[in-house]
Every structure is written in structure tokens, then in C-alpha cells.
Design a protein around this ligand. Structure first.
Ligand SMILES: Cc1ncc(C[n+]2csc(CCOP(=O)(O)OP(=O)(O)O)c2C)c(N)n1
Length: 385
């Protein structure tokens, strides 16, 4: 029996889709894996970017489709309206519809629940698909997308992938790549030197367990998903601000705290996927931030929290060089000792610790604290110092 993922990719093939762009969500990782294997495929750093890339592809006569999490639509709306819609270009968007069905992450609820209203308000057509049998709604609408140059969003409930007899693939979509990449640098001579000294030895959990004691007294802003869950599992402190959603916002939040509270050391635990979604924030941090700000970038070369799909940091981007280019003081760390000394090293301005990690998540539960409780404790901590 064909899995729902195979059925949908078959429909796409018959509908003439020949250009795809993706940004991972944990609940469609099986679909993403098939799409990346069966179609011309562009992995994105930010959903909004996908709207531009797909507009370019459509101008060149392609039939583009995007595969994303519904939260990503939040950062696509302007481009969808003022580019795709305004120029009358076709785009099919397949978005995992989070927050509505067997959802463990409460932060998914606001976007998930509001999305139909947001799309309606924006005048963007959408079709909710609540089960595998609902996939039969796709072909007719897909045909209209390309024949009438429309934007259409298919909201894919997680229930689609769990029907009886359906097989969902899991795990990294293009995991093979990790086996070939030992360190992740392809750069010039300076990178090559770093490469010899620093293989990706520790996983994120091991890195955070070295960071935990070293951040006592500092305000810590932690990236969403497994990074926050792992940090919480090591021992909660009121000084920890765990992000429960809003990918790409860890460094901006940390910068805001650091600018407003110069007396406090602020450590942001960010990720390569999240930094690549919002790299401009490093320019703002470099130009405005002070010595009290550290961006600890756990570069595991992957979107770890959604199934370890590779990011461009896995093979073609050197995040440390990128941060250096923005003017940050960059320290490369790969072992536990480097991590501790990186936080102590004297720097002139904001510090960027390029922490080279292996992909991998620990099986730790979701954080039991709600957003208002996290905020209350964190604000009290900041008020004290
Ligand atoms: C706008 C948006 N797109 C996609 C997601 C799904 N998502 C949640 S965590 C995550 C991976 C983050 O990767 P990275 O910052 O490298 O951290 P890691 O989990 O690897 O430590 C993704 C893609 C999201 N929450 N929001």
C-alpha cells in the first residue's frame, strides 16, 4: 500500500510540479525526504526567501511548490502579496498545520489557530486537508494554481500521515550527507587550519552541559526546540529564557536584553539553522552590541529539532567567518574546555562562539513551564541585578 507521502508526491508529479523549495517541520519530515529525492529541490534558509526563489522559477516557466511549517507563512505574507500575487505568478504552498491536532508544543497554537483567518484576511486561497483521503482535493486545485496563476495554500494536518497501513519515513531527509562531512568547512586557507584543530566532536547536549556551569549569573536566551528542552533538563534557572517558538529570534531577544541591561552578561544559545534564517541580526549585534553579549552558536550543520535535515552550514557556509565578516569577535570551540575558555576570553565587542557540534538530540520532555511563567521568572532575575 502506498503511503500518504507517496500518494501526495505522485499527485504533484502528475500535476506537473517541477521545482520545489523546503524548510523543515518535524511533522512532515517523511514528506520532505521524498520531495527532496524525487523533485528538483532547493533547501531554504527562510520561508520568505522561498517565495522569491519560486517567483523566479515561475518567471522561467517552472511549476513551483513549497513545503514548510505553517509558522513560516507568517514570514511570507508580504512577499506573497506584493510579489507572487501582484505579478500574477503561480505558487502551491504545502504547509504542515500545527497547533490543531495532537500538538505537544503549546507555542504552535497561536499561528495554527489564527492561520485560516490570516489567509482569509490576506485574500489567499487555502484548503485544509484533515486526513489521507483528503489528499484527493489536491489535484483540481493544483491544476488551477498553474493554469490560472494563483497562490494556494494546502494546510496539511498531521493526521494525514498516521492512517492505518500508511508508512511514514522518518529521520534525516538527506542524512547521507552527514557521513561525508567531517567538519563542515569548505573555505580557504584559514578555514583549513581551523578544520584540523576542530572536528565536530560533541553533540549539542554535551556542549550545553559544559556551558551550563559557565553561565551562572548570566541571562541566557535559548533557541527553540531541543536546545531549550535539553538546557531545561540540565537544571532550570530563573535566568533562562526558553524560546518556545519564533525561530530566528534568539539573538535579537538577547541583543535587546544586552542593550537594555548593560550590567548583565547575556549569553544567547542559537543554532545554525536559526542564524541562517535571520543573519542580518548579527550585523545589528556587531554594530550596536557591547561586550556583555555572547552569541553561542551551536553549529551542528542541521535543523536538529525537526529531524536533522542538513543546513548550508553542514557543507558550504562557515558561520564563524560569516560572523567575523559582520565584525564580531569570533572564537571557535569544539571541546568542553574550549567552550568554557571561550566565555572567559577577553574581547572588545560582542562575542560569537562558533561551537562546532555533531547533530543529535536527547530524548528529553517538553518544558513544563508556560510562556508567562518563563517571562515572570526571567524579568525578576533581570530586575535583581
Ligand atoms: C518560521 C519557522 N519555520 C520552521 C520552523 C520549524 N523549526 C523549529 S526548530 C527548527 C530547527 C532549528 O534549527 P537550528 O537553529 O539549527 O537548531 P538545532 O535544533 O539544530 O539546534 C525548525 C526548522 C519554525 N519553528 N518556524
Amino acid at each position: 500500500m502506498r503511503s500518504a507521502e507517496e500518494e501526495l508526491t505522485g499527485i504533484l508529479r502528475e500535476g506537473g510540479v517541477d521545482f520545489t523549495a523546503t524548510l523543515p517541520c518535524d511533522r512532515i519530515k517523511g514528506l520532505l525526504c521524498l520531495v527532496s529525492r524525487k523533485f528538483y529541490h532547493v533547501p531554504l534558509t527562510r520561508e520568505e526567501e522561498g517565495v522569491g526563489i519560486c517567483a523566479g522559477a515561475a518567471l522561467a516557466g517552472k511549476r513551483p511548490a513549497m513545503f514548510i511549517q505553517n509558522s513560516g507563512i507568517g514570514n511570507m505574507i508580504n512577499a506573497l502579496l506584493s510579489l507572487t500575487g501582484f505579478y500574477g505568478l503561480p505558487l502551491a504552498v504545502f504547509a504542515s498545520h500545527r497547533g490543531i491536532y495532537k500538538e505537544k508544543i503549546a507555542a504552535q497554537a497561536p499561528m495554527g489557530l489564527m492561520l485560516p483567518g490570516i489567509l482569509e484576511g490576506a485574500g489567499i486561497g487555502f484548503t485544509p486537508i484533515d486526513s489521507a483521503s483528503g489528499l484527493q482535493l489536491v489535484p483540481e486545485m493544483l491544476e488551477k494554481v498553474y493554469s490560472e496563476n494563483r497562490i494556494h495554500v494546502f494546510l496539511l494536518s498531521p493526521a494525514i500521515w498516521e492512517g492505518p497501513g500508511l508508512e511514514t519515513e522518518s529521520g534525516p531527509g538527506r542524512g547521507e550527507k552527514f557521513k561525508k562531512i567531517k567538519n563542515g568547512f569548505l573555505g580557504g586557507p584559514e578555514s583549513q587550519k581551523v578544520k584540523i584543530r576542530t572536528a565536530r566532536r560533541l553533540d549539542r547536549y554535551e556542549m550545553l552541559s559544559a556551558l551550563w556551569p559557565a553561565t551562572e549569573g548570566a541571562a541566557v536566551i535559548c533557541n527553540l526546540g531541543f536546545p531549550s528542552r535539553e538546557l531545561y533538563s540540565m537544571g532550570h534557572r530563573p535566568s533562562h529564557f526558553y524560546m518556545l517558538g519564533s525561530m530566528g529570534m534568539a539573538t535579537p531577544i538577547g541583543l535587546g536584553v544586552a542593550l537594555s541591561k548593560r550590567s548583565k552578561d547575556v549569553v544567547v544559545i542559537d543554532g545554525d539553522g536559526s542564524l541562517l534564517m535571520n543573519p542580518g541580526t548579527l550585523a545589528t549585534a556587531a554594530c550596536l552590541g557591547g561586550r556583555n553579549l555572547t552569541v553561542f552558536a551551536v553549529d551542528n550543520g542541521a535543523y536538529g529539532s525537526t529531524g536533522n535535515q542538513p543546513t548550508f552550514a553542514a557543507g558550504c557556509i562557515d558561520l564563524g567567518m560569516m560572523a567575523k565578516g559582520f565584525g564580531l569577535d569570533v572564537i571557535v570551540a569544539a571541546g568542553k574546555k574550549d567552550i568554557v575558555s571561550a566565555l572567559k576570553e577577553k574581547v572588545k565587542g560582542p562575542r560569537f562562539v562558533h561551537a562546532l557540534a555533531r547533530p543529535g538530540n536527547r530524548d528529553v520532555p517538553v518544558i513544563p513551564l508556560g510562556p508567562l511563567e518563563i517571562k515572570r521568572q526571567f524579568m525578576e532575575f533581570l530586575m535583581r541585578g
